[in-house]
Design a protein around this ligand. Structure first.
Ligand SMILES: *[C@@H]1O[C@H](CO)[C@@H](O)[C@H](O)[C@H]1NC(C)=O
Ligand SMILES: *[C@@H]1O[C@H](CO)[C@@H](O)[C@H](O)[C@H]1NC(C)=O
Ligand SMILES: *[C@@H]1O[C@H](CO)[C@@H](O)[C@H](O)[C@H]1NC(C)=O
Ligand SMILES: *[C@@H]1O[C@H](CO)[C@@H](O)[C@H](O)[C@H]1NC(C)=O
Ligand SMILES: *[C@@H]1O[C@H](CO)[C@@H](O)[C@H](O)[C@H]1NC(C)=O
Ligand SMILES: *[C@@H]1O[C@H](CO)[C@@H](O)[C@H](O)[C@H]1NC(C)=O
Ligand SMILES: *[C@@H]1O[C@H](CO)[C@@H](O)[C@H](O)[C@H]1NC(C)=O
Ligand SMILES: *[C@@H]1O[C@H](CO)[C@@H](O)[C@H](O)[C@H]1NC(C)=O
Ligand SMILES: *[C@@H]1O[C@H](CO)[C@@H](O)[C@H](O)[C@H]1NC(C)=O
Length: 516
């Protein structure tokens, strides 16, 4: 029997278990058709790990046959390619929210093995934030987007592909309604939503406990992907930048799109407690009904107080039912975290792929070992809910995902932190370089709900980028990133000029590229 692992509607996980814990394995709101599609997809993925566009059944009703029959090798390649263009640089673009997250009476969806004796760490006390203790007046941030997400029910990615078979699909523009009003640079910043885990690590003497917080931080970056329905982030244009100054979190973040082919986004954040940086690009594998997004790149965290330099990879993300049915996202694979200068402490975190006979989804397990391989700490939990340290049934909650805003389904499934990322305060506007994403019109217009104008601007901005690229090519010049440089080991690192230039002389007094 092929049981379908459906995303479990996620309420705020209660770290303190209520005793009665239920796991909902099915959702009444999923149509039978959607169930069929997802099931088929699942079995296929589970049974046939080979990359393939071929469907497994002969009576598929979602129209995937014409694609398969008509696709010559050439158009097959272009479909794959254009989808990777479409999905390029997206770690996580469409998500789970299949369920539309019907609330159930039961608020706790913690899996069965997390039961009674979970102790609440003091850590998730919202009011305890770095830098707020000295009475600095912190800026109020918005708690709502200006406009709800557009209705995309009449847009079919499948129709777009089908109508363009045989054409150079990389030239086919995707409608702006498929985007969410955030771009990939902002999505990288979103991984810092739970940066207090790094602050916590920086204040922990024991190296194995530090690793617990760092590993949990690595997992927490995936939490927000769960609720993202059907939206992909905007692709930044080459040279686009993004800053995020969060005195309330004690961090400053910058990012820049440093390469277009392949698309590479580089970012850097610092705080008194840590330095965080990564450069990311993504390889996509299109399976017909699902798409795997395989990130390439390394995440780095330095805790200067201890001389720790952690490095880790990201796991694979898979969007199921990409062409039809209820889309949902899954992450699977292993994150291996090491301290580059010593092997006294290592960590492996596994995102478990849902199995069709097992209704548990989104589960994560990890071990922290010493140099002899002896397990010092065990971690477990769900990437969309929370992480625990210890052995069930008694374990400590290290982190739990924040509650979602009330109307998040209507607002792109954004968390409060995600909503704040594209906020443009008038005083901030004066300080930003003209390349900052917040000043990008198409994304702003989409955020404001003006879809038609957003579409027009998107085409305009993409055309301008093509024009700039042509000029560079004609003059055999290559693009030079402004705030990042390639280091010896080929990774992109900040050249530490952004914030200095911002305060003196200020971007208003500098020649900046004109991107739109
Ligand atoms: C939580 O706070 C209480 C009182 O403030 C303290 O006694 C306890 O040790 C703290 N627990 C942890 C895990 O920090
Ligand atoms: C959490 O925040 C509340 C409100 O400020 C405070 O009263 C409480 O002591 C805090 N809890 C801990 C354990 O620090
Ligand atoms: C309070 O925090 C702000 C922001 O980090 C800092 O600029 C300021 O110097 C601090 N003030 C004191 C008195 O520590
Ligand atoms: C979206 O539009 C379709 C009709 O095109 C309608 O049936 C559906 O209810 C709308 N959805 C929302 C959330 O408004
Ligand atoms: C979807 O519907 C809106 C109006 O409800 C319309 O403006 C738009 O063109 C439609 N899109 C497609 C792809 O049919
Ligand atoms: C990482 O390496 C540094 C430098 O050798 C060492 O001081 C630190 O304790 C190590 N930390 C961990 C968590 O292994
Ligand atoms: C489902 O998978 C989880 C995690 O791997 C495991 O703990 C659990 O025992 C499995 N349940 C069944 C019924 O196989
Ligand atoms: C759970 O809590 C109960 C009551 O406090 C205690 O008797 C039991 O030993 C605890 N179990 C574990 C595994 O800690
Ligand atoms: C470093 O930053 C400066 C100032 O923005 C810039 O002019 C320079 O090109 C950058 N250096 C490199 C190697 O990218």
């Amino acid at each position: 029997v092929c049981l379908l692992p459906v995303p479990v509607p996620s309420q705020v996980p209660s770290c303190i278990s209520s005793g009665s814990v239920r796991l909902h394995a099915s959702n009444p709101n999923l149509s039978t058709a959607a169930l069929g599609t997802a099931k088929e997809d699942f079995c296929r993925v589970a049974n046939n790990r080979k990359y393939s566009l071929l469907p497994t059944t002969n009576n598929s009703t979602d129209g995937s046959h014409p694609l398969v029959h008509q696709a010559s090798n050439e158009s097959r390649a272009s479909i794959t390619e254009s989808l990777s263009e479409f999905f390029d640089a997206q770690e996580v673009l469409l998500s789970a929210s299949s369920s539309e997250n019907e609330a159930s009476d039961d608020d706790s969806y913690i899996s069965d093995n997390v039961s009674d004796n979970i102790s609440m760490d003091n850590f998730s006390n919202e009011t305890e934030r770095p830098n707020s203790e000295n009475g600095t007046l912190l800026r109020r941030r918005r708690s709502c987007l200006p406009s709800a997400s557009p209705n995309t029910s009449n847009i079919s990615l499948w129709n777009i592909l089908k109508n363009n078979i045989g054409k150079d699909l990389s030239k086919v523009a995707m409608p702006v309604q498929l985007n969410e009003p955030l771009n990939t640079l902002q999505r990288l910043c979103e991984e810092l939503e739970y940066s207090e885990l790094l602050d916590r690590a920086a204040n922990t003497q024991d190296p194995f406990e530090r690793m617990v917080y760092v590993a949990t931080f690595a997992v927490s970056g995936y939490a927000s992907s769960y609720h993202r329905a059907g939206g992909k982030p905007f692709n930044p244009v080459l040279g686009e930048t993004y800053e995020c100054d969060r005195p309330d979190k004690g961090l400053r973040f910058i990012a820049e799109q440093v390469s277009h082919h392949p698309p590479i986004s580089a970012c850097h954040a610092d705080s008194k407690n840590y330095i965080f940086w990564q450069d990311m690009r993504w390889k996509n594998k299109f399976w017909g009904k699902s798409m795997e997004i395989v990130p390439v790149g390394t995440t780095h965290v330095i805790l200067p107080g201890f001389g720790d330099h952690y490095e880790w990879n990201k796991v694979t993300s898979c969007i199921h039912n990409i062409l039809s049915g209820q889309r949902w996202i899954e992450h699977y694979g292993e994150i291996s975290i090491r301290n580059t200068s010593t092997d006294i402490c290592q960590c492996k975190v596994t995102f478990i792929k849902a199995k069709y006979w097992n209704s548990s989804v989104n589960e994560v397990e990890g071990t922290i070992t010493d140099h002899k391989g002896k397990v010092i700490h065990r971690l477990f939990g769900k990437w969309n809910e929370g992480m625990y340290c210890g052995d069930p049934p008694s374990a400590t909650c290290i982190w739990r995902a924040n509650a979602m805003p009330a109307d998040h389904e209507q607002y792109y499934g954004f968390t409060k932190f995600a909503m704040e990322l594209n906020e443009l305060d008038p005083s901030l506007k004066l300080l930003l370089p003209p390349t900052d994403t917040r000043l990008r019109l198409d994304q702003r217009l989409l955020e404001e709900g003006n879809v038609e104008a957003a579409e027009e601007q998107k085409q305009n901005i993409e055309q301008q980028q093509r024009d700039r690229r042509r000029v560079l090519e004609e003059n055999t010049m290559t693009h030079q990133p402004t705030f990042f440089r390639k280091s010896k080991d080929d990774t992109w690192v900040s050249n530490n000029t952004y914030w200095d230039l911002r305060s003196d002389p200020g971007f208003a007094h500098l020649d900046c590229p004109v991107l739109w």
